[in-house]
Design a protein around this ligand. Structure first.
Ligand SMILES: [Zn+2]
Length: 353
């Protein structure tokens, strides 16, 4: 279950006055709760983030400085979002996600507002891959914010009526119960910080396809940056761009990953020499040796082909060695015995790869 967030475009944010810096989710370690200030806030809906946006731009910021704002009706408005650097608590804007609950003074926060903020907290933990420290603005800066009531709530551990925290450290299963273990599980299985057995399968297939370098530890069930980056590289290698190469697997990515990897080099057909193949011996591979000698132009071999490594075969091998003196045994000017390296070279001369 993810929190329903009202996008900046939907609530009518002004354009950023300079784009906020990007912050990796893995950099987040704390979660700050704010209030609006001394005055009670009666408005709910889009007017709430619009007012904050105007005020923050007026003081020279890029726009609304909180990562999210929550109104008393429980609506969640996107501010800087999950990965934008906030402007809500000096010294903590990279490490901390800041959420304003739109109340002021001694105003009582609604159950809906608290539940929405708590849901944001749980999702933030899931995305960051750790339990974020629960803080009020005053824990990071000398201020009255977030007011006595919200501060007491933060200190109590952010309990929320009518809201059930997801189990398993804030990650949700994403409907894994119905997954058959092979087919594309749906896009909802791949959300940063969330676990699904298909994520392990995804990682294993990425490794098979040669993208193991993205994993510092092996693939696991929680979709993380390594999975996303490996997926993105795989998608780019398909010649895809833009949203087709965003690091989130769709059904076509899944299909191609489940297929056997395309081999980059044709499989070698060079075979090893059996150690029993030597002058005077009878061995099945001698026929192959003779055929190769003939094909590569070292014939004739009278009586060929047989499994006997006789004088005619030895003469042909000696001719091969005269053309490839480096492959002769040390110190021999006439070398009728094929060696391992010589046999490999002969196969190449005969057209094998
Ligand atoms: Zn504050």
């Amino acid at each position: 279950m993810s929190v329903k967030i009202i996008s900046r475009a939907t609530w009518g944010a002004k354009s950023w006055n300079g784009t906020p810096n990007y912050v990796a989710l893995s950099s987040r370690t704390e979660f700050f709760v704010h209030y609006d200030g001394a005055n009670h806030i009666t408005a709910t809906g889009n007017a709430v983030p619009q007012a904050i946006d105007r005020q923050h731009q007026a003081q020279g910021w890029a726009g609304i400085g909180y990562n999210f704002a929550v109104d008393q009706a429980g609506n969640v408005f996107e501010g800087r979002g999950w990965t934008g650097q906030g402007a809500h608590c000096p010294g903590h804007n990279v490490s901390g996600i800041g959420v304003q609950i739109a109340i002021g003074g001694d105003q009582e926060p609604s159950d809906k507002a608290l539940a929405a903020c708590r849901a944001l907290y749980d999702e933030a933990c899931a995305k960051a891959g750790r339990a974020l420290a629960k803080k009020g603005h005053k824990d990071g800066y000398a201020t009255l914010c977030p007011g006595a009531k919200l501060y007491a709530w933060v200190q109590a551990g952010m309990p929320a009526k009518g809201y059930e925290a997801p189990s398993g450290g804030g990650s949700s299963s994403g409907g894994s119960a119905s997954w058959d273990g092979k087919s594309f599980p749906g896009a909802s299985a791949f959300q940063l910080g969330k676990s699904h057995p298909a994520v392990t399968k995804l990682g294993e297939r990425l490794v098979v396809h040669g993208y193991g370098r993205f994993y510092k530890v092996g693939p696991g069930p929680t979709f993380g940056e390594a999975d996303k980056n490996a997926t993105m590289a795989f998608q780019a290698a398909q010649g895809w761009t833009g949203s087709d190469a965003d690091g989130y697997p769709g059904s076509e990515t899944w299909k191609r990953l489940m297929a056997a990897p395309k081999s980059t080099a044709p499989k070698s057909t060079i075979v090893a020499l059996n150690s029993a193949v030597k002058p005077g011996a009878t061995h099945a591979q001698v026929k192959e040796l003779q055929q190769l000698l003939l094909k590569a132009g070292y014939g004739p071999i009278k009586g060929a082909v047989t499994s006997y490594y006789g004088a005619e075969t030895q003469k042909a091998v000696a001719r091969f060695h005269n053309k490839n003196p480096k492959l002769k045994s040390a110190g021999k000017s006439y070398d009728p015995a094929i060696g391992k390296q010589g046999f490999a070279e002969l196969q190449k001369e005969a057209g094998r790869k």
